[in-house]
Design a protein around this ligand. Structure first.
Ligand code: ADP
Length: 693
């Protein structure tokens, strides 16, 4: 029994111990879990804290960035400010705390129209009053969602006061510059007109003096006088032109003109300069192109004269070649020379005003440095381009490409049929010989070139049956004469000597020297074709390089000269008298009109022509013309009196004004004798007046 009790007790103790142990174990386990969870929680809290730090940091970062930008930021719910940054508050002269919750608005002084951007934003500039004065702010306004279904209006602004001020300065500066430029152009136009009038007198008087019996020495002085006067006139024209192109005042004509003829005029005008330097000047119009185009002939002539003038000026040996060809729809003009060339790094600059290729002051040469600037502007006005390259073999090539339309009723030049024709060209000229070869091959013939007499002799005896030999006098007279003889012996039908106009006068008879004829340099393709093609017996003489004849006109014409400048008047009346006219002078517009009226009434001399200076005191030329046309209304059966405006102002606008006033033509001062003579001849021949002349 005792044993049982003991065992029971023991069992109870054991059971209790076991139970207690199990509970403790559970408790321990639970405690561990709680400890673990607490640790995890602490970790999470720390991570959250870290994230909060980062957020605060980044908010601070962005806030300071925004503040540093100086941008103004404001958000409104309706009119109430729900957020504003310090910069916005400062615009109102307050601080952030005072602004948030208020209805504060800066006072608007001016506002520019708003621009709606994609996405619903609006952009506008506003001038506002601030404690620091007026400021221009450029705003971007957007609607920003803030909570579900709620949004606020946000404006972000930037101070653009400095930019607006700069813009205004620029506008004012441009206006000032434009008015200064206009004043400059007006000044230049006036001054150059004032220059032209006395210069015209000097040149005209030199002309008249040249026609009196002078001894050779005096004649030289008179020529020098003319040359200097012309140079001065050229300079005045350059400056005037430049001012006009600069001010956008230059109007381009759109007339039909003969490009071939223009090329000839230019080479004839420049030939004396080339001859004086002993260099070649050759011109060539590609034979496969039409000759008539539509454009501004006078401006194109000016471009050519500038480029050719430069080429001659800078070339001391060799020569200058002008070649005009068609390139697609454009006309390509090439002015090449064998001069010093232009360093690569100056090829752009020389087209700027007052620039020369060698800009070291010690080496500066005569010239304004305006020529190429004018060329570039004129070419630009014509929608073309101009540039310079170096020429293979030395020198420069100026190229001009112009989009000139071909005149409607023009065909390519007529070419002779020279297939099988063999021509020997004996010349060392750098350009002329090539141009001749081109003309010969364009007609289907074949050309061989020899640079000197010996080479030509060798070719003549080589067995080739040449049809013609063209010999440049520049290879030397004896050599040329010898070759002509050799050619005749070799059975060549034509041997022509090529002479400059000056050489032509000194050469004597080409036939007596053994040639079958001559060609005048620069040789035109047309002359070559005429001379070497079989001709009908009555063919006109080749190269009639006629000089202006002062013809005696029948019937004797009576011309009224209305001109306020005494010297110009003297010049015009003397010139008219030389043409066989009776000239009567009126010193102002009023007197001129009175003289015409008397003529009409039969109480004074009747006039066949009136020259009217445009600028005159009392009545100007245009007013006189209008009044004369009005007087004519009452004499319907009498012929219209030809009226010609004479103007130192050569602008296209003046010509148009003169024609509009009822004049028949407008001649530039100095009075162009040839143009005047054409008018006198036309009036003397009883034909109706052609106003398109
Ligand atoms: P200017 O001849 O009056 O100095 P331009 O504008 O006509 O002015 O020419 C500018 C410069 O370009 C010249 O001074 C010269 O240095 C250079 N130049 C022009 N044409 C030629 C040429 N054909 N050969 C060499 N240099 C030239």
């Amino acid at each position: 029994m005792e044993y049982l009790a003991t065992t029971w007790a023991t069992l109870t103790v054991v059971a209790l111990a076991l139970f207690a142990g199990g509970a403790t174990l559970m408790l321990l386990r639970q405690r561990d879990r709680i400890v673990r969870q607490a640790a995890e929680l602490a970790g999470d809290v720390e991570a959250l804290n870290d994230r909060l730090w980062v957020l605060a940091d980044s908010e601070e970062h962005y806030r300071s960035l925004i503040e540093a930008q100086g941008d103004l930021i404001v958000r409104r719910d309706g009119a109430r400010i729900v957020y504003a940054n310090a910069a916005y508050a400062a615009l109102l002269g307050l601080d952030e705390a005072q602004v948030v919750g208020s209805l504060a608005q800066p006072q608007c002084i001016a506002c520019r129209p708003a621009l709606a951007l994609e996405g619903g934003a609006r952009v506008f500039d506003e001038c506002v009053a601030t404690p620091e004065g007026e400021r221009w702010i450029s705003w971007v306004e957007t609607v920003v969602p803030v909570a579900l279904g709620q949004s606020v209006l946000q404006r972000v602004g930037r101070d653009i006061t400095a930019r607006i001020a700069a813009e205004q300065n620029l506008v004012e500066a441009r206006a000032r510059a434009e008015s200064a430029n206009e004043a400059k152009s007006r000044f230049l136009a006036t001054v150059s007109h004032e220059f032209r009038t006395p210069l015209n007198g000097i040149l005209g008087m030199a002309d008249l003096l040249g026609d009196t019996g002078l001894d050779p020495e005096q004649a030289t002085y008179v020529r020098a006088l003319r040359t200097s006067g012309e140079a001065l006139l050229g300079l005045v024209d350059d400056i005037l032109d430049f001012a006009k192109v600069e001010a956008g005042k230059l109007e381009l004509a759109q007339d039909r003109f003969d490009l071939g003829l223009l090329l000839e005029t230019v080479s004839e005008l420049m030939a004396p300069r080339a001859q004086a330097k002993g260099i070649e000047l050759a011109a060539h119009l590609s034979p496969d192109m039409p000759s008539h185009f539509v454009g501004d002939r006078d401006r194109l002539r000016q471009i050519l004269l500038n480029l050719v003038g430069n080429a001659i000026k800078f070339t001391d040996r060799g020569g200058v070649g002008i070649r005009v060809a068609r390139e697609g729809d454009a006309v390509d003009i090439e002015v090449a020379d064998t001069g010093p060339g232009i360093p690569e790094d100056r090829r752009e600059a020389i087209f700027e005003e007052f620039e020369q290729a060698d800009d070291s002051s010690a080496r500066r040469h005569e010239g304004t440095g305006l020529g190429l600037a004018i060329v570039r502007r004129l070419v630009g006005l014509m929608d073309g381009s101009v540039w310079v390259e170096s020429r293979a073999g030395g020198g420069s090539v100026f190229r001009v490409r112009l989009p000139l339309p071909v005149a409607a009723d023009t065909a390519p030049q007529a070419l002779p049929e020279w297939t099988g024709k063999q021509v020997l060209v004996v010349s060392a000229a750098p350009f002329g010989a090539d141009f001749l070869r081109e003309s010969i091959s364009a007609a289907g013939g074949s050309a061989t070139q020899a640079a000197d007499a010996a080479k030509a002799q060798a070719l003549l005896s080589s067995g080739t049956a040449y049809d013609a030999v063209l010999i440049d006098q520049d290879i030397g007279r004896d050599g040329a004469v010898g070759l002509a003889q050799a050619a005749r012996l070799a059975g060549v039908r034509e041997s022509l000597i090529m002479l400059s106009p000056l050489e032509r006068r000194q050469f004597g008879s080409p036939r007596e020297a053994g040639f079958t004829g001559f060609l005048v340099k620069p040789v035109r393709a047309r002359s070559l074709y005429q001379r070497l093609s079989p001709r009908p017996a009555s063919a006109a003489p080749v190269e009639a390089q006629g000089e202006l004849q002062s013809s005696i006109l029948r019937p004797r014409l009576t011309v009224l000269v209305a001109e306020d400048n005494e010297i110009n008047a003297l010049l015009a009346t003397r010139t008219l008298e030389r043409f066989g006219c009776a000239a009567i002078w009126a010193r102002d517009g009023r007197r001129a009109l009175a003289a015409v009226a008397e003529g009409f009434a039969g109480t004074g001399p009747a006039f066949d022509l009136v020259l009217l200076d445009i600028r005159m005191p009392e009545l100007d030329g245009l007013a006189v013309a209008r009044a004369v046309r009005e007087l004519e209304q009452s004499r319907p059966r009498s012929p219209r009196l030809p009226l010609i405006a004479v103007s130192a102002n050569v602008a296209e606008g003046d010509r148009a004004a003169a024609l509009a006033a009822g004049m028949d033509d407008c001649l530039a001062k100095p009075l162009d004798r040839a143009a005047l003579q054409r008018w006198l001849e036309r009036i003397a021949a009883p034909r109706p007046i052609d106003r398109s002349a």
